[in-house]
Design a protein around this ligand. Structure first.
Ligand code: GUN
Ligand code: ZN
Length: 656
């Protein structure tokens, strides 16, 4: 029995709770590879237990080694390796990849994994190397899919308890990876490893690995964990997590130690390169206790054990760092740091741009931390891509496009001296394209730090800016795009003739940007600013009732019950809706959270952390709250929270 639910998220990465046979694992995490023969295990099991909630070992080696087989069959795999938490096993596929042939039947190894009480077993997939002939890749894949089907049938027929890994193959052919993911997805595996990336990682072909991960992910169900098989180098974890990988396995910690190699989150060092340092550049228990010289002078066995321990510590340290980054919304920043550790990693990261339309769907609409620019790649982050799309959500009538000096602090409207009229002022921005003056406080338009840019960096958005201006011209007519003269003329005229409430206009535009609908059209509202900070706080209706609060860190508008009713009236179904089963209708009305299992339909364009309306099939409003899942995930997840409900709607709703 397995459940998987999302707790926190950033980029395509997620902190999830994976519950396997009642044992909980927080993802992303790393599964240390342990040897089925405890005598051959480099790092003592006590340390593994302290750091890991799940390990991976090899069922094929266990099967082939008579004394191991005997113990495993009698006492189970957990006893054999001395680990009582979750045990995953590989099937011998890796050996198949290395030696070209192994002698075991694909179903026999499934039976064996079940017999020895493995929590998650693996099918005997065929790890096709990179760059083989297409025919071979196709033939191998066909065989892997065939074995996958037979393995699943066996599991179902015999009511096996073990969960199964359904590995994605297809060599370096992306369409085959897609096909592999689609076919495996149909078979309803518990975990989806992405296979045969080890040779690519060894050759630093990160670009290919990134392509393979994304093309697989795009065709896999979002509600199942993805394991990047054989990736144990912490340098690549941040990027892999940002692309949606949840699990890693590491034999690297022990293998590298054999050759005196010292892992760091920025790459690998040889012990000999460190021996002149007074202390190690790490403060794990091993590195705090030994100087490089002392460690280097130990005999081979002790050295290997201690290096493996260090390697394991820093591998877990990077996982913790990634989890922290997810919680604070700085995963892309961490990725951008890491990819600068090797040009090939940077090259891999640059592939992300190509897949932004997909990746953006998973990226939260708001984050706790500001957007930090770290180089030209930051121009292609999902936050920027989304803003450029959402710029078109605003209803423009008259527009004045301008530049501001980069010495002016954001948010601009607090520091620019302009006469506030009904003209939309679009401020050219080298990263975000344009920042509309009236929504300049909304995340991430003022929550960003960008250094003074080089001219060539500013060029990046010129094309977008020109295209957007063309779009505007078509939309509102060339005459309504004011130049400095017509703008000055207009505001002079305006200041004499008409009066607007700039704050009302501001929240109206902010809602257009947030929802894509003119929610406050013809609505008479009063906007309250904070007495202390002068910042926007609340939107009240003409009776003085609260419609929206304005969240201070990101200026997202948070509806009250009245605000939710207004949204429901002004935004057509199914936009911004999460439709729930009748069964939980009353729970929702009482203001209780909505769980993924009860979601029967939704706006497929929803993004994580958007403010949504919870309705029944007849679009009767039940509640309002924040969705943790995007439109794809809302339909696919069966466990965990879907909408954190802020409030339920009084039962007299229908008669309103
Ligand atoms: N370990 C590393 N790569 C692979 C793979 O492609 N398949 C399996 N089963 N194990 C692996
Ligand atoms: Zn260390």
């Amino acid at each position: 029995m397995m459940t998987f639910e999302i707790k926190h998220r950033d980029a395509m990465g997620r902190i999830g709770i994976l519950n396997i046979n009642g044992k909980k694992i927080e993802t992303p995490t790393i599964m240390p590879v342990v040897h089925p023969n405890p005598k051959k295990q480099t790092v003592p099991m006590d340390l593994i237990k302290k750091l890991a909630d799940v390990v991976i070992t090899n069922s094929y080696i266990t099967y082939k080694t008579p004394n191991l087989k005997e113990i495993a069959e009698k006492e189970g795999i957990h006893k054999l390796i001395g680990f009582d938490k979750v045990v995953v096993t590989d099937s011998g596929s890796f050996q198949l990849g290395v030696y070209g042939d192994i002698d075991i039947d694909p179903l026999e190894i499934i039976e064996f994994q079940e017999k020895i009480g493995v929590d998650v077993g693996t099918i005997l997939d065929i790890p096709t190397p990179p760059d083989v002939d297409r025919e071979k890749a196709e033939k191998d894949l066909e065989e892997t899919i065939n074995r996958a089907k037979r393995s699943m049938n066996l599991k179902e027929e015999k009511n096996f308890k073990l969960l199964l890994n359904g590995t994605i193959q297809g060599s370096t052919y992306l369409d085959l990876r897609q096909k592999s993911a689609r076919e495996m997805a149909k078979l309803n595996f518990d975990i989806y490893p992405i296979g045969a990336v080890v040779p690519l990682m060894e050759q630093y072909r990160y670009k290919d690995v990134v392509e393979i991960i994304i093309n697989s992910k795009m065709n896999l169900p979002t509600n199942k964990p993805v394991h990047l098989f054989g990736c144990g180098h912490p340098m690549f974890f941040a990027l892999a997590v940002a692309l949606g990988c949840d699990l890693f396995d590491s034999a690297a910690y022990a293998l590298y130690a054999k050759d005196d190699r010292y892992l760091t989150e920025r790459g690998t060092l040889h012990l000999s390169e460190l021996k002149d340092l007074k202390t190690f550049p790490c403060s794990c228990p091993v590195c705090s206790r030994y100087t490089p010289k002392e460690l280097a002078s130990l005999d081979k066995k002790d050295r290997e054990k201690l290096l493996a321990e260090h390697n394991l510590y820093i591998t877990f340290e990077e996982i913790s760092r990634i989890k922290h980054a997810i919680k604070e919304g700085s995963l892309w920043e961490l990725v951008e740091e890491r990819v600068r550790c090797h040009p090939k990693l940077l090259e891999g990261y640059r592939i992300v741009e190509k897949y932004l339309p997909y990746i953006e769907k998973f990226d939260p609409i708001s984050k706790k931390t500001a957007f930090f620019y770290s180089g030209i790649e930051s121009m292609f982050r999902p936050e920027v891509f989304r803003h450029k799309k959402r710029l078109k959500r605003i209803k423009y009538e008259k527009v004045y496009i301008t530049n501001v000096s980069n010495t002016i602090q954001k948010p601009y409207h607090e520091n620019l001296n302009v006469l506030e009229t009904d003209v939309d002022i679009l401020i050219k921005d080298p990263v975000f394209g344009f920042i509309p003056y009236y929504i300049d406080t909304v995340y991430p338009l003022s929550q960003n730090e960008v250094p003074e840019l080089y001219e060539y960096e500013k060029e990046v958005n010129k094309k977008f800016q020109n295209e957007f201006i063309q779009w505007l011209k078509r939309k509102i007519g060339e005459d309504n795009i004011l130049d400095i003269l017509t703008y000055n003329y207009y505001i002079n005229y305006f200041s004499k003739k008409r009066k607007i409430d700039p704050d009302s206009l501001r929240v109206r535009k902010m809602l257009q940007y947030q929802y894509g609908y003119d929610v406050l059209e013809d609505e008479d509202v009063k906007v309250v600013r904070s007495k202390n900070t002068g910042r926007l706080r609340q939107v009240l209706d003409k009776n003085g009732d609260l419609l929206f609060s304005i969240r201070s860190n990101d200026n997202i508008l948070i509806p009250s019950e009245k605000g939710a009713k207004l949204l429901w009236e002004r935004i057509p179904f199914p936009k911004y809706r999460v439709v729930v089963d009748r069964e939980v209708e009353n729970f929702a009305k009482e203001g209780r959270n909505v769980f993924a299992k009860f979601v029967i339909d939704c706006d497929e364009e929803l993004r994580p952390y958007e403010e949504v309306l919870v309705v029944n099939e007849d679009d009767e409003l039940l509640a309002y709250g924040t969705t943790l899942l995007n439109g794809i995930e809302l339909m696919e997840f069966n466990y965990g929270l879907a909408v954190k409900v802020r409030g339920g709607i009084g039962k007299d709703m229908k008669s309103d």
